[in-house]
Design a protein around this ligand. Sequence first.
Ligand code: MN
Length: 158
Amino acid sequence: MRRFVVQRHRARRLHYDLRLELGGVLVSWAVPKGPTLDPAVRRAAFRVDDHELSYFDFEGVLPAGRYGAGDVIVWDVGVWEPAGDTDPAEALAAGELHLDLHGEKLRGRLAMIHTRGEEWLLIHKRDEHAVSGWNPEDHPRSVLTGRTNDDVRADSPE
Ligand code: MN
């Protein structure tokens, strides 16, 4: 089993960073509206640079002036596995990855489909974990510390 993390990142624009541990790095997407369990919703996700594994549980404030400046919480963590007997690196390269998430908030089968450029679509399958109308913004706390982004900002020495 491989790990995944989703960080809620309040940078210049709010987004959620979905990161999948694969091949010794965190393969990453920025998801402006956040991932959802709602199977009727297609969420745009933008592939961004791979991150080092050490970034996995980063929670804190990225200082002003730095790329990504803003506050970050660990919004969800868990493990993931490719659907069926797919090779996930090949599926990723081919632009269509189906995976099962076992997180604290996110669960069930997710399809990730490359459309063009950096853009992908995230679609939660209609399985037993799907929830109509599920909104990530209704679940705003860190799964590691129980803090919101505002709490992290307030706790920062800056
Ligand atoms: Mn980010």
